[in-house]
Ligand binder design. Sequence first.
Ligand code: BG6
Length: 518
Amino acid sequence: MNSVDLEDPSANRLDSQRKVVDPCSIVIFGASGDLTARKLIPAFYHLYKEHQLPAAFRIVGFARREKSDASFRAELREALDVFSRTKPVEDAVWEQFAGHISYCRGDLTDRSAYEKLERQLASFQPAELRNNLLFYLAISPSQFGEAVENLHQTGMLKPPEPGGWQRIVVEKPFGHDLASAHALNNELTRYAHESQVFRIDHYLGKETVQNILMFRFSNSIFERLWSRDSVDHVQITVSEQHAVGSRGGYYEEAGAMRDMLQNHMLQVLSLATMEPPVSLEAEAIRDEKVKLLKSIRPFTPESVARQVVRGQYFAGVVEGKPQVGYRQEAKVRPDSNVETYVAAKLFIDNWRWSGVPFYLRTGKCLPLGASEVRIQFRPTPNVLFSAASNGRLDPNSLTLRLQPNEGITLRFNGKIPGPRVGARPVRMHFSYDSEFGAYTPEAYERLLLEAIAGDATLFIRRDEVEAAWQIVDSIRRNWEGKPLSNREFYAAGTWGPIAAEELLAQAGHVWRDPQPLK
Ligand code: BG6
């Protein structure tokens, strides 16, 4: 029998299997856009550099502007110098990688452009490059339906069948409410099977977000505490220092609720609270997430008034730099009531979480950019040390730090050395960086690889996106026609509006702000 050195933590490591990736072609619709240059090409470049892409592959950029293969590659190269996570870009690697990239000029509404694309794909060797096709729709959602229909009509998108696969990757915003998300889903699935649709939420590409399930279901000591029996409440914070900047036009239509809470935050919440899945299959995990989302208590006009706070930043100072107010940002209406901050108190009406408040908050122009899940445990009975400190003993907490300073912190009380009986909170930290070294792939690298491999675990299923919109709609419909109140504005560079403090104070709670690690 092999002996395992239990003192060596790496001895028990479950090394992830390399993904099996078939030769394929990747077509990026909207290839002249920001996403291609900033995220997609840098991600493909790194996957290529790390030998994770299939042995044979092609990337075809499809867009309206007139470009040659050479000018398209030159543009991408220039952008890569700026957006690559590793610098400098390696010339030799780029040259080889760029040989796989070509350009196809065309209008999304023009059938003949798809026929031209089809001819380009048909010229690729080996045959898998013509049959295994990943279509990345980096285009406006209003164009999804037409693109998918044209792909179908020109024979590039076929029903799932042996001998090849075609997949469609779409980005957020995925609708702006339940009705529009539903309509979008119908358009996509008119010509594609749900199993061919990969909806991206880039938070699921983050290692720390994936680790939530691993942490919960590979450690018996914490999962036992993971319920109303031990948990007092949970705080999920996704704070951002930056302002809306050049995205004012988009943000006016979105706001923090649609931009962050509907997707990233509800995803984090569902991973942190769902029941154990029956297996690690994509559908098993997604089933549990949907169940969880459906157990969130729907909002009523009364509960929105009591449990949800909007906010908007006015001029202030962020990290020593002056910041204009949201209403003064470019492409923002001067009397805009769009929320740049939202805080909500949710309840999950199931056996495990009944009665436990979940506080979610996110905002722009806050003092620190940090995402974390903080599990706040119940206080000890007010006897012994708690009584000796007038009930002021800090309850234990466990913080999953999603970014930055990725890691986990357990906070508990320790005796202050000396003859007096005094206690104060002390911390136990796990840091990814010191444990595993700097391993910082971009979320997109992971997600693109999963889409090529056909593993849908890290993508959002139709019923999931719709369940999330249902929650958000039940809140948003109560905001219509109601301007922000004075208590809902906050100075840029502060932790949000006073109303958000009051939201927690109702139950005797306080926000635990993320702390920079010393
Ligand atoms: C995007 C939002 O989905 O996520 C942005 O549209 C936000 O407004 C961003 O800034 C945050 O992502 P991350 O990975 O920087 O936390």
